[in-house]
Design a binder for this molecule. Structure first.
Ligand code: SF4
Length: 528
């Protein structure tokens, strides 16, 4: 559904801020594609765009693709912004530019919902999810599109049921410019890991869309030009296991109908390994990757961070079980925990070797507002506000030692030979278990073939000829070509190249040690 029509018409400019380049946004892969410029279409802002009253013109700009121009601001009567903590500086910058045109600016999304005081310059703060605060914001703008005298804070008390959410306005976004498609089925997570802000922001009882909404969204994503992979951005895909089971047959049907043209991936807790019926359904629906927040292989540390559910199955057994359904595991890892010891680095590298997980997002612990970790560290006087640091946590071990450990782990884990060997393992052991898709005209369409050829040309030239890990690249490439594993070669090499380049910069101190870090790098300059 949309917001009720309110008589007046307002032109709304939705601006999504640039990301600070990070390990998980794959910037180094973009030049190898045919024009990808951004990571995933932002669900929140496209949802708000779709919710605007009938007849309100909406323009959507993702500043990862192009900056909002003077003409955009001159066109608009109000500006909406949304984003995460890591985009804080960029969001404040958009506000400043919009104010130069005397426009009222509203901010919503996870960052302002957790930390309204990060955004003193905005005219409207939309705190919480889509609901009565959104209706109030629309009503106020309809009455008066000038900037209010002082900041107005609107808090959602009555959330709109997710089954009433409109289809996100994918038609406003240039979907071909995104590395991955995104979709959301549920919101919230029943667990309470100490460092995580999801339960505090979105609740412990997951809210859900209807399966029919998801298949309609997938239809729309395809119509609007998405290709390749779609990521379920749900906080935990099995937060409500029955709901996941309800959805999967619909996804299978949709894949059969459309010729298995998309791969799916999602985030889920590692105890998904105890649910063979869910894993089997996911395999049938062509899920190929699951991101699991393994965080650490140390059981003592898992207990301390209240992530005991990771130990419901021995970690290595859980990974192998997921692999046996043809799905690669991507893992989150945290360094800088109170339980870390001098031997943590060696244990982590052993774990990476044994698990054969190619992609692990290794972050330094960062305390987010609205988390039990934040509250504990405040009590212990162990939070620091210093933008020059890699983390706002006063670690138990000396700061330099923790950062050096992180740099060494990144450098070692992503040495080209080691990383490509882990992909070799996945190609031999995991990917053969994937569903054999029936051949379809959609998969063999000319745009798909053309895209593959463009990526191959770029890989061979930019990595194989101009790159600086040619030997490892060609060893890997020739083995794939000899075995006809072109699709696996393209998919793994795109990601591997990003990981190698990012880790190299990180190990030399040129990248953030946390996806959540507020440490700002030169690459995060405003988009003007
Ligand atoms: S399981 Fe994941 S989403 Fe849920 S609270 Fe823990 S870290 Fe957050």
């Amino acid at each position: 559904m949309r917001a009720q029509s309110v008589g007046t018409v307002r032109r709304i400019l939705c601006v999504f801020p640039r990301y600070t380049p990070s390990f998980g946004t794959f910037e180094h892969a973009y030049p190898l594609t045919d024009g990808v410029q951004a990571f995933m279409p932002p669900q929140g802002l496209l949802l708000i765009a779709a919710y605007m009253p009938e007849g309100w013109p909406v323009r959507f700009i993702d500043e990862n693709i192009r900056p909002a121009t003077d003409e955009d601001f001159e066109w608009a009567e109000a500006v909406f912004v949304s984003g995460m903590h890591i985009q804080r500086q960029q969001m404040n910058d958009i506000c400043r530019r919009a104010h130069a045109f005397d426009l009222p600016v509203a901010i919503g999304g996870p960052s302002v919902s957790a930390c309204p005081d990060y955004y003193p310059s905005f005219d409207y703060l939309h705190v919480g999810e889509l609901g009565d605060a959104t209706d109030e914001l629309i009503a106020r703008l309809a009455r008066d599109s000038t900037r209010p005298q002082q900041q107005v804070v609107l808090k959602t008390v009555d959330r709109l049921d997710m089954t009433s959410f409109p289809l996100p306005a994918y038609e406003l976004a240039e979907l071909k410019r995104y590395f991955l498609g995104s979709i959301q089925y549920s919101s919230g997570c029943p667990y309470q890991c100490e460092f995580c802000d999801i339960p505090g922001l979105y609740g412990r009882n997951p809210r859900l869309k209807a399966p029919q909404q998801i298949t309609a969204e997938l239809d729309k994503l395809l119509e609007c030009g998405i290709r390749g992979s779609v990521y379920f951005v749900d906080d935990n895909f099995i937060g409500n296991r029955k709901a996941a089971l309800d959805l999967l047959p619909h996804l299978v049907e949709w894949q059969k109908k459309t010729g298995y043209v998309l791969r799916f991936s999602c985030e889920a807790t590692l105890n998904i390994a105890k649910r063979p019926e869910i894993l089997a359904g996911m395999r049938e629906a062509f899920f190929c990757t699951i991101f699991c927040g393994i965080e650490t292989p140390d059981p003592v540390a898992l207990k301390a961070m209240h992530k005991d559910h990771n130990m419901m199955v021995p970690i290595m057994e859980g990974i192998r079980t997921i692999n046996s359904y043809g799905m690669e595991v991507v893992s989150g890892i945290i360094l800088g925990l109170d339980t870390d010891k001098p031997e943590t680095e060696a244990h982590l590298l052993e774990f990476i070797e044994a698990s054969q997980i190619p992609l692990l997002t290794i972050n330094l612990l960062q305390a987010l507002p609205k988390t039990p970790l934040w509250d504990r560290l405040v009590k212990e006087d162990r939070l620091v506000e210093d933008e020059g640091r890699e983390s706002n946590v006063v670690f138990r071990q000396p700061y330099d030692q923790v950062v050096d450990t992180w740099r060494r782990c990144m450098g070692t884990a992503y040495e080209p030979a080691r990383l490509l060997q882990r992909y070799e393992y996945q190609i031999r052991k995991t990917y053969p278990k994937q569903l054999k898709r029936p051949p379809s005209s959609q998969q063999a369409s000319w745009p798909n073939i053309r895209l593959g050829l463009v990526i191959l040309r770029n890989l061979f030239w930019k990595v194989g000829v101009l790159g600086d890990y040619k030997l490892e690249f060609w060893k890997f490439a020739l083995r794939r070509l000899a075995r006809g594993e072109i699709e696996h070669f393209i998919a793994s090499m795109l990601v591997a190249h990003h990981l190698i380049m990012f880790a190299r910069a990180a190990s030399h101190g040129r990248q953030n040690a946390s996806n959540y870090s507020t440490r700002l790098r030169e690459a995060s300059v405003p988009a003007e």
